[in-house]
Design a protein around this ligand. Structure first.
Ligand SMILES: *Cc1c(COP(=O)(O)O)cnc(C)c1O
Length: 400
């Protein structure tokens, strides 16, 4: 789409006001779709070339199912625009987006700095596959800021960020970290899944690579998995080459579901945002709760950084309870009727997840004693969610 809502990548997209209009238009070409609102779903392996000459000239612009299709182009083009990226690739899951990017940017003998608040399977990849390859990982305090300069070694090639941190919700000072990385030619990579490109565009702050588990808010209905890597410059080239070399490609149906999810991302996130904030503020008033870790709350220690860099918040946050017995916690959670327990998030349904991050933190000390509960607030009526949790707290109180 070459209309006024297709923004050039050089504009600062942080304060763009046409977001929802752009979400309706990105990645659509009504002429190519013969008038249908949505691009067609292209499925296939073999791409035919009518003549030898056309094969030499690149045929219809596609080569082989794994290496691109009009369906992939539509989502990749939309992501380039939303993330202000030179290139985006699609992978079968968020984790494979992270591993493909890191494999593309690191080689034997290199060192990578990874935030201690990183998604646990990312840490697992660093501690197993990367270690076997001869790549050394150091974990750093997500609140290190400009202090990252003191952790950089001669062979540091990548700094991996995730903001807010998985489960623990620290906000990182991304511009300070980029400022330390750029003069040393270190590539910065961020897991941007929580904010989506609607609420944070890290490439406009100089980050080289932005990764999403599209499984969460892009797909938005817990019915498919996809990963995306959007990048600029040399990183973009290295990552696409690595994806081809590894044979990484996303499923066509999942790609189409992610593209469809983008159309309603703005309105869905608005509801996730207000519902999660309402619940977080209510939890802050409960006697059973020690603290709530949600960066859009003024009580959050990184709230000022959050306000500086993000234009909104989404549906995922953590509440720390005051210490209680395991039996009391189980009585509370097992009896909930609307908040279900499950990994993943980003769908229309509310979730609750008890967790203990201590086995997978090494650079920082988890300061809380009581149980940690990660909430994802979905699209149910708020009164029903409050009633469900109030009864849960009653059960907790009755046991402890
Ligand atoms: C879920 C998640 C991933 C992994 O995504 P999958 O699609 O489940 O592989 C990566 N990063 C974050 C922050 C996540 O929440």
């Amino acid at each position: 789409m070459n209309d006024q809502y297709s923004q050039s990548k050089n504009k600062n997209q942080n304060n763009i006001s046409h977001t929802n209009t752009r979400l309706v238009h990105v990645g659509r070409d009504n002429e190519a779709s013969k008038g249908f609102v949505n691009p067609p779903l292209y499925k296939g392996s073999t791409v035919l070339f009518p003549t030898v000459q056309s094969m030499k000239d690149g045929g219809y612009g596609y080569w082989y199912g794994r290496k691109g299709s009009p369906t992939y182009d539509a989502l990749e083009g939309a992501l380039n625009e939303l993330e202000a990226a030179d290139d985006s690739i699609l992978t079968p899951s968020g984790l494979s987006a992270i591993t493909t990017a890191l494999l593309g940017l690191l080689k034997q003998g290199d060192h990578v700095l990874v935030t201690d608040s990183v998604y646990q399977p990312t840490r697992n990849f660093c501690d197993t596959t990367l270690r076997q390859m001869g790549v050394e990982t150091s974990y750093y305090d997500p609140r290190v800021g400009a202090g990252i300069a003191g952790l950089i070694k001669d062979n540091t090639r990548v700094i991996f960020l995730e903001s807010p941190g998985s489960q623990s919700f620290e906000i990182q000072d991304v511009p300070a970290i980029v400022a330390a990385a750029q003069p040393k030619n270190i590539t910065t990579v961020i897991d941007n899944t929580w904010a989506t490109p609607l609420f944070y565009q890290p490439l406009t702050q100089g980050v080289d690579v932005s990764i999403h588990s599209g499984t969460k808010y892009f797909i938005g209905h817990a019915d498919a998995m996809i990963g995306t890597v959007s990048s600029n410059g040399k990183a973009a080239e290295a990552i696409r080459k690595t994806a081809y070399s590894l044979g990484i490609c996303a499923g066509p149906e999942d790609t189409q579901l992610a593209l469809r999810g983008l159309r309603t991302l703005g309105v869905r996130l608005k509801h996730h945002e207000s519902a999660a904030l309402e619940l977080a503020r209510w939890l802050e008033t409960r006697d059973e709760v020690e603290t709530v870790l949600h960066p859009a709350l003024t009580s959050h220690p990184d709230h000022e950084l959050f306000r500086r860099d993000f234009s909104g918040s989404t549906g995922l946050f953590t509440a720390i309870l005051k210490p209680v017995s395991d039996e009391a916690l189980e009585a509370m959670i097992d009896g909930l009727r609307l908040f279900s327990m499950g990994w993943s998030w980003g769908g229309y349904e509310s979730l609750i997840l008890p967790f203990d991050p201590r086995p997978y933190r090494s650079a920082t000390i988890w300061p809380f004693e009581g149980p940690a509960l990660r909430f994802h607030v979905g699209h149910e009526d708020m009164k029903d969610l409050f009633d469900d949790l109030s009864l849960g707290f009653d059960r907790l109180g009755a046991v402890s």
